[in-house]
Each structure stands twice: as C-alpha cells, then as structure tokens.
Write a new protein. Structure first.
Ligand SMILES: [Zn+2]
Length: 422
C-alpha cells in the first residue's frame, strides 16, 4: 500500500480541513483516511510526504469536448486537418488536463474521447479518466446537425461522415430509439442529446426547442434500460423543461432556465452544468479567433441571462457542477485551463469557495455517473486526488496555476509528481 503522509486533507462533504492527516491507498482505492493517530501506517510500502500541503479530490470537468481542435474556425478546420491529427492533439490535451489536476473528464459528444478511453485506462496516455458520450443525438436541423454541410457528412452512420462531427441525426420516436441504441452499440457511457438550438449552430437559436417530449422520453427510456443516463444540451427555457420532464439527468448550459425549470430540476434531482467558461471566452476572444458572426450575436443575447439564471438556480437549491465546454487547444478554450469554471462559480455566481469545490468534485462526479465512486476522499472511493501548494478554500484561483498542482493521482496511478524531494 501507499501512504500519503503529512497532509491537510480537504473534506469536501463537511467543508473542513483535516489537519495532520494521512491517506492510505490500496491499488486503485482509498483504504483509509484520517489523522495520523487514526490511520495505521504499518501496511505502507511506500510513503509520499505531502509536506503539510492540502490534499483534495481530483478535479472533474463535467462537460467538455476532446475534439483536438486548434481554432475557432469550425467550418474549415475539419476539412483541412486529418482526423489522426485531431486525435494526436486530443492526446496532448489529456496530458494538459492531468497536469492541471483533472482526474475525470466528461466528454459531451465526439468520437475521439470514446476512442481514447481505453488508451487512458491501460496507461498508454497519461490523462484523466474519460466518461464519453460518443456520437450525440440531434434532430434534423438540430444543434448537432452541422447545418452548413450536406447531411451525409454529419451523420455518424453515413459512409461519407466526417468523424470530427459525427452526430446521430434522428427524427420521430422510433428513429430516436434506434439512434440511442446505436450510441450504446458504439460504447457510449451516457447519451448526449440536444433539446434546444445553440450558439455554434448556424441556423437555429438557443430558444428553439429540439426533439419533442415523446422523442426525449424514448431516448431516456433506452438509456435507463441499459443502466445509462441522458445529458442534454439545453439553453432555452422550454427545451430545459422538456428535458427535465422526460427524465434527463444532466442539464448543460441552462442559460435561460426559468422558475418551472428550477423547480423541476430540484424535484427530479437533476444536475445543472452551466458552462460559464465557454460563454465568457466566446464573448472575450470569439472575434479574434474567427468565430462566425451569427455565433457572436447569439452569445451576446444569452449573456444577459446566463450568470443571473445560474445564480437563481443555485440559490433555489439546484445541484450545480462545473463544466467548461472547452473543446481544444486555442487560447480561449484550452484544455488545462478548466479550473476557470470553479473561479467563475465563486466570482460570478457568488458561491462560497467550498460550494464551488463541491461542484467540481462530488457534484461533478454525480454528473459523470460516478457518484459514490469519486469526488471525495473517503474509504472505499477511487484514489483520485491532488496535492496543492496553496489553500483553494481561501483562494480558488490557485487551482488555475499548473505549477501549484504538485501531485496528481488517478485510480492509484501517479500522473504527476512535482513534490520537492529531499
Ligand atoms: Zn458542449
């Protein structure tokens, strides 16, 4: 067994620091946590000295995309860059995420993450655990239907499909059911759908509803029949309510969530992942990065609602999780900077630091379908942890500095060790 000694352990559940603590790791799991008097060190074969620093659960991004993109030009890049190059870049992004203290990421749509899951699990790639949607389900003229391209280039089942996009386009209850089964056949950990339009889809708007209630219900039914859940992109109020009524578990973006949506989210114990980071960055850097004018216009419109509605949801008691919606390596949406969402929860929504840290750990674990397995440092949980040179409870911005994340462990495997050695 491995002992992490001389630690200040952040107990995210109780919102306290356990001083003079230690963690005993047995293989992939935490065997014991407590003060040095409580945890027996006799079984430890190896000791890591945390040097009196904070040890906290590994960070989780509950909504992002390992697309391998390096530009804001969503139109030209997939036509000019090979799929293999996108994959190679996604590997770099996984390494950057591990460096930054992320031990789990939820890829909310895309084939690359689905394909790289095994490479991470077997240790070929040094990265966070991937929970992947694979091909997302979109209606024709939906957010996942890349409107400016011929539909044969967009659908994952088409022989001419561009793998950089690859949605499952489906309309009507039967097609939706079949598409959900197809996603499961491809190995999806959960089903990703779009129940409203969005910013980065050319011809729709965030207020438009997509899929009917019956279509969404059929998809939820197929997912739960296979022990999975549904994660919806939902921005406008009506599409959010439809998703919640149908039993969708994770609502991403939720820019315009209204009071009905908030009450339903609480009642159904859904998790809201507002992805403030992507909105902030589209507004700040979008023009410079060459994002299309129609996307910038829609983001400007949504911005009036987004932070205010996220705050209203949080204050009402909705469970919130951090997710960035970052998709690649360009300066504004770069993997490795994903702790930004924690900082925005504190600085924009007004959450106390401990709540933002819960959102990035226990709550995000629930949004990943890994509740009770990761997200807190307790006996029996996966040994997913980081050692931070600083106290994120006092200053969450410390998590943005990769050089302050000294040690990263995912399921007992050491992904980074920059602890000073004697
Ligand atoms: Zn997304």
């Amino acid at each position: 067994m491995l002992l992490i000694d001389n630690a200040r352990v952040l107990d995210v559940k109780k919102g306290r620091i356990i001083e003079n603590a230690r963690i005993l790791v047995d293989g992939r799991y935490i065997a014991d946590v407590g003060t040095s008097g409580e945890v027996d060190e006799s079984k430890a074969e190896k000791v890591i000295d945390a040097g009196g620093r904070v040890v906290m659960p590994g960070l989780i991004d509950a909504h992002m995309h390992l697309s391998g993109s390096r530009s804001g030009d969503l139109i030209k890049e997939p036509l000019l860059v090979s799929y293999e190059t996108f994959v190679a870049r996604a590997v770099r992004d996984l390494e950057a995420l591990a460096e930054a203290g992320f031990t789990t990421v939820v890829d909310a749509g895309g084939l690359i993450a689905l394909g790289l899951k095994q490479a991470v699990e077997e240790g070929t790639v040094n990265g966070p655990r991937i929970v992947a949607a694979g091909a997302p389900l979109s209606q024709t003229f939906g957010h996942g239907d890349v409107h400016y391209l011929p539909i044969e280039l967009v659908d994952a089942r088409s022989p001419h499909g561009l793998r950089q996009f690859a949605s499952l386009i489906c309309d009507g209850v039967d097609e939706c059911r079949k598409a959900a089964r197809h996603a499961l056949r491809m190995g999806s950990d959960f089903i990703k759908i779009f129940t409203t339009g969005g910013v980065m889809s050319q011809r729709d708007r965030p207020e438009y509803t997509q899929f009917t209630l019956e279509e969404i219900k059929a998809i939820v039914e197929e997912a739960s029949a296979a022990g999975r859940f549904v994660h919806a992109h939902a921005e406008g109020d009506k599409g959010i309510v439809n998703a919640l009524q149908a039993g969708v578990k994770v609502i991403a973006h939720a820019d315009m969530i209204d009071e009905t949506g908030i009450q339903l989210a609480i009642e159904k114990k859904a998790v809201v992942v507002p992805t403030l980071s992507v909105s902030e960055h589209i507004l700040t850097y979008g023009r410079e990065l060459g994002l299309p004018e129609w996307a910038l216009e829609k983001e400007g419109f949504l911005f009036k609602y987004h932070v205010e509605r996220a705050r209203a949801a949080w204050r009402a008691g909705v469970k919130m999780a951090t997710g960035t919606d970052f998709w690649g390596g360009v300066k504004a949406f770069k993997h490795g900077d994903n702790a930004l969402e924690i900082v925005l929860f504190v600085e924009k929504i007004g959450m106390p630091a401990i709540e933002a840290l819960r959102a990035a750990t226990i709550n995000a674990a629930e949004a990943a379908g890994l509740g009770g397995q990761t997200g807190s440092l307790e006996k029996g949980m996966l040994a997913d942890l980081i050692i931070v040179d600083g106290n994120p409870l006092e200053n969450p911005r410390v998590l943005l500095k990769k050089e302050k994340i000294l040690f990263v462990m995912r399921s007992g495997a050491i992904l980074k060790d920059k602890l000073p050695k004697e």
